[in-house]
Design a protein around this ligand. Structure first.
Ligand SMILES: [Fe+2]
Ligand SMILES: [Fe+2]
Length: 196
């Protein structure tokens, strides 16, 4: 059970660590995740907490991200060494545990997986992943469709969001993270008869 004091502490924690712009994004993600959770019968307070904490390590420097990941025994591959910002989810989960005493495995897994996705990610992780991509200020050609889809089917919406971010990365010449590709394949094969 998530109490309101913890939600308030998480809000302050995020505010202290983020620029005004990113903090505002964080609040929108928390609201979006909470509403999506209500729609899909997922614990809304857990979704809100995951939303409040998801980007808490987003403004941590590269060196510190790598150091924190190393301390936590996280596997830091070549991909992450070149782009330490990809570690901001796993490191945010570490901070949540260490600084706020969050022990709930679903919340920590959701925060950890919010950037690349993760095969076998659970409903809460899908909720956060989608909320991050469809919060009200997100713009882009497919976002409105993703919003509509999210109300009906989180897996399909996550699949669309992941496809969009992979093609966006491709346009910018950024290689796809292997975990994102694995997640895409997993989403294609999960659910009733698969997504596609
Ligand atoms: Fe993030
Ligand atoms: Fe975010």
């Amino acid at each position: 059970m998530i109490d309101d004091a913890l939600l308030e502490a998480a809000k302050i924690y995020a505010r202290e660590r983020l620029s005004a712009k990113r903090y505002a994004h964080t609040l929108r993600v928390a609201d979006t995740a909470e509403r999506l959770a209500e729609t899909h019968g997922i614990d809304p307070k857990k979704a809100r907490l995951a939303g409040l904490l998801h980007d808490a390590a987003r403004e941590v420097g590269k060196g510190e991200l790598l150091r924190a990941a190393g301390e936590d025994g996280l596997v830091v591959g070549e991909f992450e060494r070149e782009r330490p910002i990809l570690l901001h989810g796993p490191v945010a989960a570490q901070f949540a545990r260490r600084d706020l005493g969050v022990k709930d495995g679903e919340i920590l897994a959701a925060v950890r997986a919010h950037t690349t996705g993760e095969p076998e990610m659970g409903p809460l992780a899908l909720t956060l992943f989608v909320a991050d991509k469809i919060e009200p200020e997100r713009e882009g050609p497919g976002v409105e469709d993703l919003r509509e889809l999210a109300r009906k089917d989180l897996s399909r919406s996550a699949h669309g969001a992941l496809q969009d971010s992979l093609s966006h990365n491709e346009e910018r010449g950024c290689p796809a993270h292997p975990k994102s590709l694995e997640t895409l394949r997993w989403l294609e094969n999960s659910g009733e008869g698969g997504v596609v």
